[in-house]
Design a protein around this ligand. Structure first.
Ligand code: GLN
Length: 452
């Protein structure tokens, strides 16, 4: 089915049928034999999974959605891939994304866009549009994404799937090609809150290969998803994440979700996060600064593509220049240039320094909000899926999709997006976002289960 053109969705960049079938058969055989080996199987053993093509895999290409990595094969598996292989989940293949995870629509992929299975003229969100579309189109029951500013949650919202950005450090980033290291986090994409909990428990945990990975066990997520009780829980509606710029149908489904929680015994409070209005501005300085540093390693020597200048001497600078000119797309170039500028001597304090101060203010807003509420709630994205091409030539309009998701990355707190029904005006899925304090991922699964 996936090989057969995937009905125009184009969720996958690479399909790995043979290896996936071999793993599935092995799990079947183990189950059929029964005994201790069958008992020892992970609950997700045999459940196929799709992997965002930013996460490195042995035996399958990893492109990051970029020409610059074309032809490169990773010599090692990401930590999350090792865990997935050990638990015997068949890996279906690698999913499409905006180049190096930069975008909100998957239109910045060097290999063509992914389309939203709900309406092929619309975007599936980004950067992890391939993973979300694969799950929404029933091509995969599970997928992995990465979320730097919303790339798991916003695609989840616009495709009617569940997506979770765990607490920063809850899941090892070893083997996720870095976009902005202080914001990046790997997380699950699924059709249900319980599936996401099972997957996060599997891929999470301390990893000596990631110095930012936490030692907390995060082993109560599945129990929380099975519990689903919100009796007495304080749910905070974030005043700033709504109103102007939010589609009426999105706000209506959001109010339904709040009422559902109230009906289930939660206490609804309003909280204010006055510095959230600066989050997008701070993100678009911090993120490109880290991007410009992380992408410097793609130099035409170490990985993938190498382009030689047509004439003149073959110096390292000229080979690097020709490779990067041909290998990077417009959005990657835009962010590298922006980041290099923001970090340059003379501008560093004014731009990067100020953005870091704003980051602290946003963390304080969260602290104050979580003193009043156990979990925060908002729409995940201000609108439903927009049309392909609609925002491609307007970077600022594209960036505005992330207003509600970015604060969590800046503060390192976990966020979950789940389907909240369809908007009246266009019949497209609306996403509801839940946010919890750092290390309290279990609360997201508990409240998420209540909303399902
Ligand atoms: N859409 C955001 C961006 O373009 C988020 C990216 C991400 O989370 N990887 O930066």
């Amino acid at each position: 089915e996936i090989d057969g053109g995937d009905r125009g969705v184009h969720a996958f960049l690479h399909v790995n049928t043979e290896e996936a079938l071999a793993v599935a058969r092995e799990v079947d055989a183990t189950r059929a034999n029964g005994g201790d080996d069958a008992e020892a199987l992970h609950p997700l053993a045999g459940v196929p999974i799709a992997i965002k093509d930013l996460i490195v895999t042995v035996g399958q290409p990893t492109t990051a959605g970029s020409r610059i990595l074309e032809g490169w094969m990773s010599p090692y598996d990401a930590t999350v891939i090792k865990k997935i292989r050990a638990a015997k989940l068949p890996i279906l293949g690698k999913t499409n994304l905006d180049e190096f995870a930069m975008g909100s629509s998957t239109e910045h992929s060097a290999f063509g866009p992914t389309r939203n299975p709900w309406d092929l003229d619309r975007i599936p969100g980004g950067s992890g549009g391939g993973s979300a579309a694969a799950v929404a189109a029933f091509e995969a029951p599970l997928a992995l994404g990465t979320d730097t500013g919303g790339s798991i949650r916003q695609p989840g919202a616009v495709t009617g799937t569940v997506g979770v950005k765990p607490t920063y450090g809850a899941v090892s980033r070893y083997g996720a090609i870095a976009m902005a290291s202080s914001l990046d986090q790997i997380g699950p994409v699924s059709r249900s809150v319980l599936d996401a909990a099972l997957l996060q428990e599997l891929i999470g945990g301390h990893d000596p290969f990631d110095s930012t990975s936490l030692t907390d066990p995060f082993d109560t997520l599945v129990a929380a998803a099975r519990n689903g009780s919100v009796e007495g829980l304080r749910i905070g509606v974030v005043k700033e994440l709504g109103g102007e710029g939010y589609q009426a149908g999105v706000e209506a489904r959001f109010r339904d979700a709040v009422e559902l929680l109230r009906g289930a015994g939660a206490q609804i409070v309003e909280v204010s996060c006055p510095n959230f209005k600066y989050a997008l501005g701070a993100y678009y300085l911090i993120m490109p600064s880290e991007v410009s540093s992380n992408l410097a390693k793609f130099d035409g020597v170490r990985y993938g593509l190498r382009v030689l200048p047509k004439d003149g001497p073959l110096t390292i600078e000229r080979v690097m220049g020709a490779t990067r000119a041909a290998g990077f797309g417009d959005e990657a170039k835009r962010r590298i240039i922006l980041g290099t500028y923001a970090l340059s001597a003379g501008y560093y304090d004014a731009y990067y320094g100020s953005a870091q101060k704003v980051r602290t203010l946003i963390q304080r807003d969260f602290d104050a909000a979580f003193a009043q509420a156990d979990v925060l709630i908002s729409p995940t994205a201000p609108t439903t899926a927009f049309k392909l091409g609609e925002k491609l030539d307007d970077p600022l309009a594209m960036y505005l999709n992330d207003v509600a998701t970015i604060p969590a990355n800046l503060a390192g707190v976990p966020g979950l997006s789940l389907p909240g029904g369809l908007a009246d005006e266009d019949g497209l899925p609306v996403g509801i976002q839940l946010l919890a304090p750092a290390r309290e991922d279990a609360r997201l699964y508990r409240v998420g289960a209540a909303l399902e």
